[in-house]
Design a protein around this ligand. Structure first.
Ligand SMILES: Nc1nc2c(ncn2[C@@H]2O[C@H](COP(=O)(O)OP(=O)(O)OP(=O)(O)O)[C@@H](O)[C@H]2O)c(=O)[nH]1
Ligand SMILES: [Mg+2]
Length: 365
């Protein structure tokens, strides 16, 4: 972690008594804990009590991992077979993830974990031509699915004349997430971040390219730790400047900030229930329909249709809810099939040895 002159303590990295307990079986095997701070193609960087190292997973880990989500993600806690003479340290297992921010892997039908063990997702949205309320709703659903709190950060307030109106519009949808406005050129609004940035709290910055994620991180760190670059004139789209996920320790507050590359799209890795929980306003309306199983299409006394007709429920907001929910139900259908195929294949495999059982437990948080 570039800012630290000496290796941070485990507590500064977010270690808790619960993690200590979960780590006991690995400690008995002589392994030591470390936190993943960056991912590379075939390796990752981690910090442990001995310092910062590059590491890769063991052969057994690789064999047992199965899916992409089983491999180390930034924020994961790993059990390391430490060898001071090795060029790369070896990760034997991962501790179960408390929370995560995931999406559907753009290249396949599986989960991609963008960050693990996070307290808060900062959803960074530019108040420029890229502003899009539906995108905010999508990120909120993703944060909710992974169990993390979300904060909506409307950046580039210097470019917008209607920031207060936009905040009001978001708040009126009742997501329950705080919405903050920042002007990162003139450093305005930063004091409001303090409530979320505390010692050993892990925060992942997510959002489209060019929204200003790395700029905010640099401003907080007080140095140009991450490259930033100007957005395209015309449509304000970013240039995908950040190419990997990386964690930084914030001097002073001790928070752990994860920068991520801007996402072109965020296909959800979430269940229908999470989507319903995110769109609380629609659930509250649905609760007032005459029939419990109202489909809001043609039933009498449907509170959702009435709210749409009166303008109380915004059509675009409702349309986005239906779209995201449909995505979640399609994903469920696909993953159910994949799970059945996998289980069938597993039933044909020879019984597991105690060794590979341990690794399996580590990989399936
Ligand atoms: N006007 C204005 N420009 C900003 C603000 N914050 C960031 N920018 C500019 O927006 C551009 C993109 O910022 P980055 O921090 O590189 O954006 P990013 O979200 O990290 O983008 P990727 O790394 O591509 O995902 C840079 O030119 C920043 O200087 C702001 O509050 N106001
Ligand atoms: Mg960036």
């Amino acid at each position: 972690m570039a800012a630290a002159h000496k290796a941070p303590t485990l507590e500064e990295l977010g270690w808790t008594p619960e993690l200590e307990e979960a780590f006991k079986p690995f400690a008995l095997r002589g392994l030591i804990p470390g936190r993943i701070i960056a991912e590379h193609r075939m390796a990752c960087d981690l910090v442990c009590q001995r310092g910062e190292f590059t590491a890769e997973v063991s052969g057994n880990f690789r064999k047992a991992a199965g899916s992409k989500a089983g491999f180390p993600a930034v924020g994961d806690w790993a059990a390391i077979a430490f060898d001071p003479a090795a060029r790369r340290q070896t990760i034997q297992a991962l501790l179960p993830r408390r929370t995560r921010l995931s999406r559907k892997d753009p290249g396949g039908e599986e989960e991609q974990v963008l960050a693990a063990n996070i307290d808060t997702v900062f959803i960074v949205i530019g108040l420029d031509a890229t502003y899009n309320l539906q995108r905010i709703e999508r990120y909120l659903a993703a944060a909710g699915a992974g169990g993390a709190e979300a904060v909506i950060i409307l950046n580039k307030a210097d470019l917008a004349a209607d920031t207060a109106l936009k905040i009001e519009e978001i708040n009126s949808l009742g997501f329950g997430a705080q919405t903050l406005a920042l002007d990162s050129v003139n450093m305005k609004g930063y004091e409001a971040l303090a409530a979320h940035i505390g010692p050993a709290r892990t925060i992942v910055f997510a959002g489209s390219s060019g929204a200003g994620k790395s700029t905010i991180i640099n401003n907080l760190l007080g140095r140009a730790a991450q490259l930033t670059s100007a957005v395209r004139e015309g449509d304000s789209k970013g240039r995908h400047t950040t190419t990997g996920r990386r964690m930084f320790i914030l001097p002073g507050s001790g928070a752990l900030l994860i920068d991520t590359p801007g996402m072109r799209g965020l296909e959800l890795w979430a269940g229908e229930l999470t989507v319903d929980e995110t769109f609380e306003d629609i659930q509250a309306l649905a609760g007032q329909c005459r029939f419990d199983n109202c489909s809001h299409s043609n039933e009498p006394s449907c509170a959702v249709r009435e709210a749409l007709a009166s303008g109380k429920l915004d059509r675009a907001h409702y349309g986005n809810y239906l779209k995201i929910r449909e995505e979640a139900s399609r994903l469920k259908a696909r993953t159910d099939i994949a799970e059945r195929v996998k289980r069938k294949a597993e039933n044909k495999r020879p019984p597991e040895t105690p060794e590979n059982t341990t690794h399996k437990r580590g990989r399936r948080p």
